[in-house]
Write a protein that binds this ligand. Sequence first.
Ligand SMILES: NC(=O)c1ccc[n+]([C@@H]2O[C@H](COP(=O)([O-])OP(=O)(O)OC[C@H]3O[C@@H](n4cnc5c(N)ncnc54)[C@H](O)[C@@H]3O)[C@@H](O)[C@H]2O)c1
Length: 439
Amino acid sequence: MSLYSDIIKKKEYIAIVGMGYVGLPIAIAFAKKTNVIGFDINNEKIRLYQNGCDQTRELGDEVIRNSNIVFTSDENDLGKAKFIIIAVPTPVNCNHIPDLSSVIYASEIVARNMVPGTIIVYESTVYPGCTEDKCIPILEAKSGLKYGIDFKVGYSPERINPGDKSHPLESIVKIVSGMDKDSLDEIDKIYSLVIEAGTYRVSNIKTAEAIKIAENSQRDINIAFMNELAIVFDKMGIDTNEVVDGMNTKWNALGFRPGLVGGHCIGVDPYYFIYEAERLGEHSQLILSGRKINDCMGDYVADIAVRKIVAAEKTLINIKIAILGITFKENCSDIRNSKVVDVYKKLERYGIKPVVCDPNAEFEATLEEYGIELTKLNEVKNMNCIIIAVAHDVFKNISLDSLKKLYCCCEDNEKILLDIKGIYSLEELEKSGLKYWRL
Ligand SMILES: NC(=O)c1ccc[n+]([C@@H]2O[C@H](COP(=O)([O-])OP(=O)(O)OC[C@H]3O[C@@H](n4cnc5c(N)ncnc54)[C@H](O)[C@@H]3O)[C@@H](O)[C@H]2O)c1
């Protein structure tokens, strides 16, 4: 009898360790097919889920309320599951070194509670080799069970895109790997229960880890390339978005645009590669350069705002700037590692205290994480400069005429607008009479 058949007959549980942006959607998807335990060490998060509240705002409260997931912060419950998915954070520290403490701790918790016959699948993004070199020895040591005999391990990188309703988990091909053919077969069949787009089997765990790091590093480098072009094109008086539109008419165009690269994937994962390459005696040149360019973009945007203010013959004293958007990307509530904060901090160093407005972000979380008190959109007024930093739909729906009402009383050509994400067309901006700038 395979684990897969026990799972579909609801004789066995699937447990998800780490109920965040990644863990929650997987738990919800599996809960439509079988018994699911959602475990997290954050008691408050678990309490909110138990009360039917979706903190991530990705799926909505009703989806949580209608699910039969057993939300728990009692690690003993993990002993009831034979298929355990680990989806805990893998950030970097302030020196850009991988911080593996959550994956290590999660491995210890799982090891303490797992029973013989369990398959553990890591979904947290790590550098190639990490699952086998760091996690499996912990699973063995803390459980007293033998790897490959008593328990098996796989790796399946998560490729969801928070805030993107058109690409839900089920629609994204799932890379699957296992320590041997039997475990890969089980892992493949179990994920196939929920992934409508199908799975893609790779021959070993390291390759699956590498796919995730490579795809995110590739995005990072491509955006860095566009950022470098944008900085120079700006000096040449060329609008980069118009260049990209032109480039996109060619069949092999990549379509990347310049921007702030934040969050805990694209801006973090390349550092995992850089770290492990360095350990192996290889100094990353291209990927590290891309990181350096992208990490400077917040300062660059703030400097542009100041230059525009000075060019408009205004002093920085009492200047009022509104930043629209603080989350790391559009239409999501996640503020972690947001590069908009770099814009804010650089402006603060000029003695300016910008007003920040983001209806998608949590007031308390933003205050706690960055010390920034969010302002409601209808309270934004008398501005000299507006920086639209995140392309939330709510901002895209503001016409330029409505936007003008958020400025102080002055001529339109004294109202400064930085449209970082190019949410308005060049024609609209030209017609508006505003003093605009796009990245
Ligand atoms: N968010 C994304 O868009 C995304 C996409 C693909 C991959 N990933 C990767 O997936 C992983 C998880 O990311 P996330 O965005 O879901 O993080 P998250 O912070 O939203 O959620 C992680 C959860 O794990 C919990 N946790 C931490 N340590 C734990 C432990 N020892 N035991 C149990 N729970 C623990 C935290 O309390 C939190 O609720 C990371 O490696 C990330 O890089 C994220």
